[in-house]
Design a protein around this ligand. Sequence first.
Ligand code: ATP
Length: 233
Amino acid sequence: MLTVEGLRSRYGRIEVLHGLDLEVSSGEIVTVVGANGAGKTTLLKCLSGTQPVSDGSIVFRGESFATVPAHKRLKRGLAQSPEGRQIFTNLTVEENLRLGAFLFTDERVDRDMADAFAMFPILKEKRNLAAGGLSGGQQQMLAIARALMGRPHCLLLDEPSMGLAPLLVAQIFEVVKSLKERDVTVLLVEQNAYGALKIADRGYVMETGRITMTGAAPDLIADPRIREAYLGL
Ligand code: ATP
């Protein structure tokens, strides 16, 4: 579904991605784990088209994204739920969800909304309240639900567990795992390596702009280097 080859990106003169190769197949949950500052967010921004690529290629569902601007990437089926959630706090929960469906005018939007409410009953309860009044975990659920309203084939998730209490972290990871049943392919970027690898099929370890390890998620969890550096085990 998604093939990244030799991806380089820079902020001004400073290169922060030094030639990444990465592959996500249809139906997979793939995670990229790495410390703060490794370049995970920059990678996702390159994929969603909000950060310039200086070299390399991104191919999504057989199409090169080199000349596809950010706003058209969602139409092609690639959606991002950004770091820090970035929901519209002054709008209601329902309005936020409708914005996620801005590409569509058909009656399926109401069905998608019912689906989102079935997935996150708390959002249904609070559908008419301002999103800014939701707890951190609920805002994260809203951000994921909003991205799903765009009917993506592949969802990019940037640190969905960030800043959440452990119980909510577990709940969010369960939600991400359940996306598989909805035929949504997931690329999940996380500092919480253990939580992410537990639900992923495969993983990549990123260090200062390079992929340093890759493999099946259970193998990575069992790897002594990962256990020591990322899992604190
Ligand atoms: P985090 O978990 O903190 O988001 P990350 O792995 O996502 O970390 P990035 O945010 O992609 O890492 O940052 C990678 C590198 O690029 C870091 O050294 C960071 O300081 C730098 N960087 C990020 N954004 C900018 C920017 N707008 N201008 C200049 N440098 C930046």
